[in-house]
Design a protein around this ligand. Sequence first.
Ligand code: ATP
Ligand code: MG
Length: 303
Amino acid sequence: MLVFAASDKGGTGRSVTSCNIAYHLAQRKSVAYLDFDFGSPTAGAIFEVAKVERGIDGRVGTHSYLNGVASDPRQVDIWQSSSRTHLRTANTRAHRLVLFPGDRGGAEFPNSVERVERCIELFVKLDSEFDVCVVDLSSGRSVAVEMVLKATASTPLRSLAARWLVFHRWTQQHIVAAHSLVFDARGLLEVGKQAGHDQDELLDSIRFVRTAVPNLNSHLATDNAAQATWLRACDEELKKLANRHKLGRSRTLGQTPMEPVLQWREQVISDADVAANIANEATVTAFRELADKLTDNTWWEKL
Ligand SMILES: Nc1ncnc2c1ncn2[C@@H]1O[C@H](COP(=O)(O)OP(=O)(O)OP(=O)(O)O)[C@@H](O)[C@H]1O
Ligand SMILES: [Mg+2]
């Protein structure tokens, strides 16, 4: 299965949430994580692999592969390479979790038939090698988005399962932006249609993920009565806005709570972080649930 992680805006939590989802998926399935955020490949930092923190050196990353410079993009085994002790030691019985980093200093590039062809070849190969391939795409209506829409409409990939996660924060601007990434004139559905997708099928393969949603029952939110009342009213308004913009409950796969650890540091949250009382259990639960729902067909039925 191919999973595309997209967002209209930058800084939505797309990469951090996707890495955490990949981490949980890898407890029961083999997972490839492809960094297709060509302007800012940071998945290596989230998995804490120092040598690929901001992408890989030596022109062997995903950019170089797509540009025809590398014959195969370099693979990094997370369980062996992460400097997080917990990731290295606690996952001996887990399935493979392999990162395909972007190139350090890489940049966006124009789309071309050759790049789309190479993208198709890579997805066909990795789909046969891994149960799930998570592809972290550059934000907005990027070259990466257009390339994978063209690739997945092609004959070799048409029949493969592909699912889209569109990440957005729980704010007015993010809700409107996520809507426009999917539904606007230059959005996923229109670009997908031009690439040869059936629009209804494509829409059925898209779900939204709300990130860093404040917990209205936390002490912080309830100690100040005026603030609590304001937050609740605001939350209600956002729910209405989301419904009007077709980002209501039925199209939403799940949400992650505001997590203090992630406000300070981009990382995988493990059970060890919860056991040490550093991270909140609700955060790990949210990531695990997203991973479960991603591969559970009942969450992907026609709406
Ligand atoms: N649930 C959460 N609670 C608090 N902070 C979060 C949460 N999820 C993500 N963050 C933080 O939000 C910031 C942006 O996250 P991230 O880098 O994953 O976003 P992105 O959409 O991939 O951004 P970019 O477009 O720059 O790649 C990071 O500092 C991250 O740790
Ligand atoms: Mg990112």
